[in-house]
Write a protein that binds this ligand. Structure first.
Ligand code: NAD
Length: 512
């Protein structure tokens, strides 16, 4: 195995020292044990910034998915987990949070190594992951039922109970955090989990599995299943023994999962793609709006479901705004995530880079004006890593594919509007409805526009802040259901109605 330049002060082997190996392969975690794939499959993982191989991991198949499902089923139906009180689940989850904090630097480096994102971004993700466990540990013991004032002699109330075996399928853009958004509420509510990380970025989820092992979670309560989507994700969606599927990823995959889940009508939550509008009025605070327009699209190299990939700017401000934006975009330092100077890292893979480049070509072909970027990074880094520099298109026609389709890369499409009604019309002209923002100093206008946006996550005079306390999810083809906050907890529960007869005598409905 090649070693990397020691920018992060350690070789990949040293960074991954806390992950187990079987025959030099990093195994998956199923039924409380580290195991290789049933059919012996393996996958090479690559550092997206350098193209170097960083690890070999097990690559599962249907047989491994069935093993994980059987284990989770046993854990839920017969294991000790169902008798663990909410109080004790909370205590355990707080310990998980503390362990993540204790190893925060290691987690962050693993995500930068595997995903390429700047270390500073990875550090935020890790802190957020620990806090997510803390938030749901707190929620586990809070009141969840209701009582109802029904006619005597009944007393009626509800309890929330775990759904059961939860298949959780996540993408590669926030390798640790996307899994934690699913594990933390599911475990708090008493479910058992089969987490399927993206095949390109499983390393931090595996490191998390080692924490569950260290804290002696019962076997089968948390499984980390490795493999490609169709090989191990699809069986989770199809299985009659899985009670819920929680999926984050592309809309096309989401649609396939919804169909596959129909067999046993399992509960589903879908967090899908987006093409989110960022509306800037002429009266916005100029410096703030420019700053967040950049952050909205270039954070995580644009590989963010809620990226502000459509900038919709008022006509009278357009030229000045776009000039400032282009000047700033050109200064963004693109590079290896371990380099402290780096502000934007690589794309996850060659395939993703090809996809982004194909959209840049589409943008040119359909007549959009390329204002900056549009190329790979030059120099030695660009030769081996998957780098595309920050790109901005003036894209006046709302029908253009670069305006309508999710690119998932550092490509911004700029549109222009005349008045408030025009801004709202353009902003909502999308099959997606994940997120959106408005920049203006007119408070009433900001609220009017936000209320008209058909999107689940919105911001006024900011872009991207996300809180464990507040619900996350989309309108339209951006998904079904909400994660995070109390909504995220409820999505992992069934509601049971309990009626108690307080006057225990025969009803007398039928004559004796
Ligand atoms: P993807 O849909 O290709 O893959 C996501 C996950 O699904 C991976 O683990 C993959 O292995 C698995 N998968 C693929 N095919 C499957 C199948 N047939 N059955 C079951 N599982 C399958 O998405 P991606 O390219 O990894 O991620 C990018 C997408 O994720 C973007 O569209 C982005 O908008 C979306 N995303 C959404 C959110 C959100 O919260 N709404 C967050 C992050 C990413």
């Amino acid at each position: 195995m090649q070693t990397m330049p020691p920018r992060h002060g350690a070789t990949p082997e040293e960074l991954l020292r806390n992950l187990p190996r079987i025959d030099s392969t990093i195994p998956m975690y199923v039924d409380g044990r580290w195991t290789l794939a049933d059919e012996g499959g393996t996958r090479d993982l690559v550092n997206p910034a350098t193209g170097e191989r960083i690890a070999v991991v097990a690559e599962g198949s249907d047989a491994d998915a069935q093993r994980a499902i059987a284990s989770a089923r046993r854990a839920f139906d017969d294991g000790p987990w169902s008798t663990v009180s909410a109080h004790d689940r909370a205590r355990l989850l707080l310990r998980v949070a503390d362990k993540i904090d204790e190893h925060a630097a290691e987690f962050a480096k693993i995500d930068t190594l595997n995903n390429g994102k700047p270390l500073r971004e990875a550090e935020y993700d890790v802190a957020d992951a620990a806090n997510c466990f803390r938030y749901y540990a707190g929620l586990a013991t809070k009141p969840h039922g209701q009582t109802f004032d029904v006619p005597a002699p009944s007393q009626t109330f509800t309890v929330r109970e775990p759904i059961g075996v939860c298949g959780q399928i996540v993408p590669w853009n926030y390798p640790l955090l996307m899994g934690v958004w699913k594990l933390a509420p599911a475990l708090a509510a008493g479910n058992v989990c089969i987490l399927k990380p993206a095949e390109l970025t499983p390393l931090s989820s595996l490191r998390l599995a080692s924490i569950f092992e260290e804290l002696e979670f019962p076997p089968g309560v948390v499984n980390v299943l490795l493999g490609a989507g169709p090989a191990v994700g699809a069986p989770l969606a199809e299985s009659d023994h899985v009670d819920k599927i929680a999926f984050t990823g592309g809309t096309t995959t989401g649609r396939a999962i919804m169909k596959a889940a129909a067999g046993n009508l399992k509960k589903i939550s879908l967090e899908l793609g987006g093409k989110s509008p960022n509306v800037v009025f002429a009266d916005a605070d100029f410096a703030t709006a420019v700053d967040y327009a950049l952050f909205g699209i270039y954070a995580n190299s644009g590989q963010v479901c809620s990226a502000g990939s459509r900038l919709i700017v008022q006509d009278s401000l357009h030229d000045r705004f776009v000039a400032a934006l282009v000047e700033r975009a050109k200064k963004i330092r693109v590079g290896d995530g371990f380099d402290p100077e780096t502000e934007m890292g690589p794309l996850i893979s060659r395939t993703q880079m090809d996809r982004v480049e194909s959209y840049i070509k589409i943008g040119r072909d359909e007549g959009a004006t390329l204002l900056c970027g549009g190329t790979r990074l030059e120099g030695p880094l660009g030769e081996h890593g998957n780098f595309i520099v920050p790109t901005i298109f003036d894209a006046p026609d709302p029908k253009m594919r670069i305006v309508q389709e999710e690119i998932f890369g550092p490509v911004l499409a700029v549109q222009t509007f005349t008045d408030e009604a025009d801004a709202i019309r353009l902003a909502n002209d999308s099959v997606y409805g994940l997120a959106g923002a408005v920049f203006t100093q007119d408070v009433a206008k900001a609220h009017r526009v936000i209320r008209k946006l058909r999107a689940g996550i919105t911001w006024i005079n900011t872009y991207h802040p996300t809180y464990n306390e507040a619900p996350w999810g989309g309108y339209k083809q951006s998904g079904i259901g909400r994660e995070l906050g109390t909504y995220g907890y409820d999505a992992y529960t069934e509601v049971k109605q309990i009626n108690v007869n307080l006057d225990v005598v025969p009803s007398g409905w039928f004559s004796e």
